[in-house]
Design a protein around this ligand. Sequence first.
Ligand SMILES: Nc1nc2c(c(=O)[nH]1)N[C@H]1C(S)=C(S)[C@@H](COP(=O)(O)O)O[C@H]1N2
Ligand SMILES: [Mo]
Length: 373
Amino acid sequence: MKDRPATVAIRLSEKPELTVMRDAALNAETPVHLLDEPLTPIRRFFVRNNGRVPTLDEAARAAWTLEVDGEVDRPLRLTLDVLKGRFAVVSVAAVLECAGNGRRNFVPETDGIPWDEGAVGCARWTGVRLADILAAAGLRESAVYTGHFSPDLQPDSDKPALSRGLPIAKALAPETLVAFEMNGEPLPLLHGAPLRLVAPGFPGSAWQKWLNRIWVRDREHDGPKMTGFDYRLPVRPVQPGEKPDPSEMRPIEDMPVKSLIYHPADGATVHVGNPVRIAGFAWSGHIPVKKVELSQDGGVTWNEAALAPAAERFAWREFHREWTPQSGGTATLMARATDENGRMQPRDEVPWNPKGYCNNLCQRVQVRVEDGG
Ligand SMILES: Nc1nc2c(c(=O)[nH]1)N[C@H]1C(S)=C(S)[C@@H](COP(=O)(O)O)O[C@H]1N2
Ligand SMILES: [Mo]
C-alpha cells in the first residue's frame, strides 16, 4: 500500500516538533536548538526513509523472524523470543547521523534531501551483539561482508528501498547490535521495529531498519543503495560539480568529527553585559573527539570549551562556555570540534562530493546583541 499524505501526517503526529522534508518518502529533521539533551527523546528524533514505512501490526511484529544465511555453517531463523533469550542483551549509547546531514551547505547543491543540521540524534540502543548471532551461525573463512534486508519498498515501485551491509570487521565489533529497544522503550515502528541494526560510527544508512535477513557474503554487498554513488565518497578530491567514475567511489565507513550548538538558538537575542551559556554536543565516528573550540566572531578567534567526559565511546559529549557580549550588533557563534587524529571541522568549506555526504562544516548561529539587559 502506498503512503498517502494523510498517513504521513498521522505518523508524524508522534513527532510534532520536527521539520518535514519535501520528499516522496517520510523524512523529517529536528530543529537543532531542540537537540538539547544527552539522549535525544524519541519524539524529537529525526526520521529518514528511502521508501515506504511498512505496515506492521502487532501480529506481524510478534511473528517476526531474523534469518541468517550465506557464508555460514549453520543457517539460522530466529524468532524474537529466541533472539532475546539466546544471546546476551547489551546496550550502547550512540549517535545516529544521516550521511546527508548538512547537505544543504554544499555548493553547487547536490541530489538528495537538503537536510539542514538536524538529521542526527543520540539514543540508548538495546539489543544483542551481531557478533554473537554470527558466531552461533558459524562464520566461514569466506565471510567478508554482511548484507541486510527489510520489507520496505521504494516510494513508487515494488522494489526494495534499501539493502546495505557491513564489512565483517564492523559486523563483529562489540558496539554493533541488532536492537529492539530505543531509550529503554520498545523500538518504535518509525525507527525500525521490531529489529534494526546499530552500527555506531558508520553512517545512518548502515543502520538497517525492519531487519529480517542477514546474508553473509564473500564479497562487498551490492544491494539497493550500496553501489554507484549511493553513500559513497570519491577516493580522490573532485572538483565541485565533477562526476567521477563510479570505480573511484568507496562506501562511507566512518563519520567525520562534528558538533552542534543548541543554545543559544539561531536568531535569539542576547544583551551586552549579560553572560550567555553557549552549549552543544560534539561527536565523531571511530576516532574520538579531542577538543571543542568556540568562536563569537564568525571564526576569527577561538577559545576552548569545557567538554564533558566521554561517558560512552559513541555517545555525543556536551560542551559549554560562558560568553559575555561586550558590544551591540550581530554576533556569529561557531563551534569547532577536533578529533584525536587532529582532523578539525572546516570553517569555510568541506570538500565537495557528488551526492553531498559527510558535511561537517562548522555550524553558524547568528544572535542579536542588544544594549542593556
Ligand atoms: N529498511 C530501511 N532501513 C533504513 C533506511 C531505509 O530507508 N530503510 N534508511 C537508513 C538511513 S539513510 C538512515 S539515516 C537511518 C535513519 O534512521 P531513523 O529513521 O531511525 O532516524 O535509517 C537507515 N535504515
Ligand atoms: Mo541516511
